[in-house]
Design a protein. Sequence first.
Length: 136
Amino acid sequence: MATTFTQGHVSPLFQSFADDARAHATQEPLGHSATKLTVPEGEQEAIFNLWSAPDGQADLHVWLAKPGVYHVDGADRPNFFEVTAIMAGACTAEEEGYEPVALKAGDTYIMRPGWTGDWVVTEYVEKSFTWVYIDR
């Protein structure tokens, strides 16, 4: 089951990863700027890996997606939580067996390991997400 937080709430775990990512970014250029990330022409979505923890226990990404339905197969994600922050746009997270969760800019959403379902993007989405590995 996924967990949602109201706008403005940041969990201590997510905040620690965000702080670590910011510290890393100030020490070494990441090679990306949020103003330069775009979906390539002819594509519906793009994923950018912005940072990986030195110990391999977490990765920070940005996902950009045009309106559409994007399926996530839990078999491809058995060993990590995904902590998501919607930076722009609107979508619905539809985990199989649970009620859909509508998300918009400013919302946070946590996906458990093995999460299977669809992201239904209704308005161009910019999503920051961190994979936190439990067994790597």
